[in-house]
Each structure stands twice: as structure tokens, then as C-alpha cells.
Design a protein around this ligand. Sequence first.
Ligand code: PMP
Length: 486
Amino acid sequence: MPAQRFSRRYLARHRRSAQLYKRAKKVTPGGVESNVRYFKPHPFFADYGDGGYIYDVDGNKILDFMMGFGSLLLGHNNRDVALEVIRQLESGSMLGVTTTLFVQYIEQIRKAFPSLKKVRLANSGTEATMHALRAARSYTGKDKIAKVEGAYHGAHDYVLQSLDMDGRTARRMGENYRAVPFGKGIPKVISDITVTFPFNDPDKTAEILEKNVDDVGAVIVEPVLCGPGVITPKRNYLKHLRRITRKLGIVLIFDEVLTGLRLARGGAQEYYDVTPDMTCFGKIAGGGFQLAGFGGEAQIMDVIAPGGGWKHGTFHAGTYNGHPVSLAAGLKCLEILRDNPGIYDHVNGLGRRLFSGLQDLADDRKIPAWVEYVGSIGNLYFTTQDELNNFRDTLNVNNKRWWNWFIHCLGNNVLFGIPNVGERAFICSEHTEEDVDFALEVADNALAAIGREVRRHRAKPPEVTVEAVKKQVAQYGQETPVPPHV
Ligand code: PMP
């Protein structure tokens, strides 16, 4: 729970949301559509979105750096996209047979990502990674997959592995990386066929993949590790990974659901100049509508071509695949990005201004923090580290401090992400320098409040009670120093 003094203004400004939240909680688990939307003290309810802002049911105008979990590179309610959607609605929302729009869309996405020789569509990033992995397994005839510890690839069992864990579990595991399910309900056998390895460590990655080469058909990776926020690839890690997987004959899948069309039109593969065998895309690709897909080398993708029969073919389907409304929105978005390459200079420039500005503010206030960013994605970590290489580097981050900072900012109408598994902020084309400067002013006020709290704690150490020690032992393990939560 954020300290009350940090959430007071948020609570005062979101009374109607609080009422609606009470109502929602009665009829849906946790009162939210998706677990990651929940945050304490309660989420707020949106009325509508426009450009870089969300307007909520309490009449607040909130500067939005969450941007539909990164899907709204063009901002809320882009007029050109909306008009295409309306036009398509007049021709039928769900046709269920193949359309010209489908082919046009795939031709356009192939232009953005030249590595996509053949493509299939899906409705969410989750579906895209699930189907890509199946195709890769089918192609290689190997059952195991390998993923990076801490990486998020959607909500299916095969990838909800080693997404998060506490410091104690990580320390016990040490260098013997193994998959641990993210929560209950995931059969243990799935963890047994998942191999995990650390991001940004080419030697360990090579060692683990070599050891499992007989069983692992595919490596799936977020080219920028965003499961734990934002961790950029360092020291040519992606090129090393490309070399290792090529040598071992393992299919390399880039999950570009988040980075695709964001870091550059051609995603992280263009930005870092590394070509995977397969790519998953989503989010921005649908222009704010449900559209995702996967593709890559023709000989891999052809395993899902129909006609192989139930026994020899590889299945891919979906009632809403290639939904015309999503295609109309997605195609328009792709065209806008093709015709306006300046959008990337704009959002990346603002990203630099916002994220380096946040770092300077924290440094000026002598609050230990590290801002990791690339292009228009970034995150502030309250940590004493000044390099983050992998998921485990984020285990010592002071999440409570982040939460207090976040809710203080949101109480002043700036949304810096959602404080859940891996928070991060995104810039959209509609944000301006004035927006960023306003956000920095609000962020600085929150940092000032954090600074006061830090000094208060230093002056008066918290009372050590038996209960507090028991709680710490349960949470962090006996030998762990207590993080200076504020
Ligand atoms: N892969 C990555 C890298 C993602 O960031 C996400 C969503 N945040 C997904 C897959 C899953 O996408 P969706 O939520 O559309 O299922």
C-alpha cells in the first residue's frame, strides 16, 4: 500500500472511480479486466482518450505515458485511423472470409519488417507467441523452448515461466537456471519443457543453449527486455544470440509485440540490426485495435499451411483472425508511420528529454535511481545500481518507493505506467515538449516528497519489532539486508 501521504491527493481526485471500483469488484475478480490493470489504492476509470491524454470519470485530465500498454504510438483517438474504422464498419464488421484488406495489410507489415517472408495474423500478442512457438516446434521437431528469465511473452502457460520470482528463490537457484511457473494453475510439466537463461550474458546463454541443444527447438526473446520494465541489450548481446542460435540450429524468435513499430518502423531488429528467424508483432500494429501476428522464414511458416491433415499438419486458427475493422485501423497506422518517418525522431527526442530529465532530477536530489530507456520507452528504477543487465538486477529495486512516486505523480495527473510486473512509460506522437516539461515538474515534486521521506527515515530508524522481522524473513530471506523502503 502506498504511504497515505503519497496517495492522499489521488484518493481525493478519484472519488467517482472509487465508487465504480467498488461496483466492479463485486462482479469481476479484483475489479479489473486484466490483472496488470490493478493498482493500489484502486485503479481510475477512463471516460475518453484524446491525443496524449486520458480524461477520467472524475473530470481529471491525465497526461498519459502508459499509452494503451504501448499500443498507441499515434496517441488516443487518431482521426485518420478512426475514419478508416468507420468506413470499414459500414462494409461489415466481421466477414469471416478472406478479404483484400488482409493481403494489403500483410504486404505492408512485410515492408516494415523485411525478415517477415510469410505472415499469419492473430488477435493478441499472447496468441502470436503461442502460435509462433508451435510452428517453431513443428519445424524443428523439438519440444522444449528457451526463454529469458524475466521476459513477458503473453499469458499462455508456455511463457508464463520465470517471469517473476523473489530474491530468495533466485539466490537459491543461483547459476542453475530453471523455469518456475508464474503463479498457480500452470502444470509443472510445462516448466519441465522450458529452459531459461539470463539476458545480456552471452557466455551463460551459449552454455545453457549448448547443453540443451538436442531438445530446444526455439528461443524466444524480447529484444529489449521489458518484462521487468526496460532493460536494453548491451554489448551486442542480440548479435551474440543470433550467432549462437544460428550455430546450434535453434529457431530465434524476436517477440516484438512491444518494440515492433516503436523503436523504429522495423522494430528492434531494425534498430539493433539483427535479423531473427521469426517475429511476433502486436500492439501498435493494430493502430489501437486487436491485431497481432507472427511470421518469418517461409520454410518455417509453411508448416502451418493447410492440407497436411490432422496428423501431419500444424494448426493455426482464430474466428477473429484478420478482423476487417482491426485491419483497417492497423493498415492506416502502418501507412501513417511509412509516410511520416519524422514521428520516430519526435518520440525518440521526447523520450531523451523525459528520461534523461528524470535521471537528472533524481541525481540532483541525491536519490539513488537509474533511468533505463531506449527511444520512446523508459523506466525509472529506485536502485543504487547504474547498470541493469537482467531480471535479477531488478530484484533489489525499491518498488515501494516507485509506488509512492507513481501515485504522487498520478495524484497530480501524470500517469507514468502501471505499477505492476514491469512498469514503464511510453511517448506518443501527440506528446509535446510542454507535456514532457510538465511531467518533469510533477515528477520532481514527487521526488522531493520521496527525499523528505528518506531523510525522515534516516533521522529516525523504524522500530524493530518481532512481527517486522518475521515479515522480512518471510519476504526476503534471513540473510537479505532490508531494503530501505520508503
Ligand atoms: N509479448 C510482449 C513483449 C508484450 O509486451 C506483450 C504485452 N504486454 C505480449 C507479448 C502479450 O500481448 P497481449 O497482451 O496482446 O496478449
